[in-house]
Design a protein. Structure first.
Length: 309
């Protein structure tokens, strides 16, 4: 199915549902990859639609969201927005330096859920967000471990390729010599390597499955337990790195994402995080809440919308 056909199919599914509503004030959509930009609520405009239609920054399914929202917004005469897309980039300059002049560290994270969890934690714990320091560990198919200072993601591992702990499917940071050997010894293409490192590594690569519940049932197997413990160890190390990025001044560490539903995983993670005073658990993901909250705050005058250029 072509890109346009996918938009048409989704439009035909959603439009009848919206037509049944008596009234609504705005449409909120997931934001696909765009150029690096600050977090916030962005009104969907021509420049954004152009980049999504041309797949300028990625050929990701989430590109469809804003295009569909834009089409529906015109038909129902309401504004449409995206909130904190995955390419939110608020990293401090020194965090982007990689060690190789031609390579820059990228900010690609679960920004939508991370920022909402910080907003939620600040509100529920009476911590002014403009004075807050949080570490957020989003643990899903991919992992984002972020240092969030005053509501801004000042440092975060690349949740797609190249940095941080290995996850359910992703490789995380790798020994460079081993990666060089893998490429040259196997004459592997860029596309094959990307597929391997982003979809067929991590727990899936070692254990043959990305079903975490199944993996937990196999923890009595010595080899499975070792890989599981290695993942825990790497997550803990990355949290320690973000603790250092915030100069050891942390209000709380927030665990969120699908894996945060696992009591065993959380208990194992907490075993070596005695340097963190407060732990907050928000199991699952809050993307829909984040979209609704962001657009509501714009519509009610609590936030200013941003323009994509």
């Amino acid at each position: 199915m072509s890109f346009q056909q996918q938009v048409t199919s989704l439009h035909n599914d959603i439009k009848p549902f919206l037509g049944q509503l008596n009234t609504f004030d705005a449409i909120a959509s997931r934001g696909g990859p765009l150029k690096p930009l600050p977090g916030g609520v962005y009104k969907i405009n021509k420049a954004m639609i152009r980049d999504y239609q041309n797949q300028t920054y990625s050929k990701h399914p989430s590109n469809l969201g804003a295009i569909l929202a834009n089409k529906l917004s015109k038909e129902f005469s309401v504004p449409a927005y995206i909130v904190d897309p995955v390419s939110v980039d608020e990293m401090i300059p020194k965090a982007k330096i990689s060690g190789v002049p031609t390579i820059e560290r990228k900010s690609r994270s679960h920004a939508l859920n991370i920022k909402f969890c910080v907003y939620k934690a600040s509100t529920e714990n009476n911590i002014p967000i403009e004075k807050s320091n949080f570490i957020v560990a989003h643990l899903g198919g991919g992992f984002s471990i972020a240092a969030v200072k005053r509501g801004r993601i000042i440092d975060v591992n690349d949740a797609l390729l190249g940095m941080g702990p290995f996850s359910i499917e992703r490789a995380g940071a790798l020994p460079l010599s081993g990666l060089i050997d893998l490429i040259y010894d196997n004459s592997i293409s860029k596309e094959e390597l990307t597929e391997l490192l982003s979809k067929n590594s991590g727990l899936k690569g070692y254990l043959g499955t990305n079903n975490f519940k199944e993996i937990e049932k196999r923890l009595n197997e010595k080899d499975v337990q070792l890989i599981y413990e290695a993942m825990i160890y790497q997550i803990q190390k990355e949290i320690g790195a973000m603790f250092a990025a915030l100069n050891g001044c942390v209000d709380a560490c927030i665990f969120t994402g699908g894996l945060a539903k696992s009591h065993r995983l959380i208990n194992n993670l907490l075993s070596n995080l005695c340097f963190i005073d407060q732990i907050i658990i928000y199991p699952g993901s809050f993307e829909l809440d984040a979209l609704a909250n962001g657009v509501y705050r714009v519509m009610s005058g609590q936030l200013n919308q941003k323009e994509y250029t």
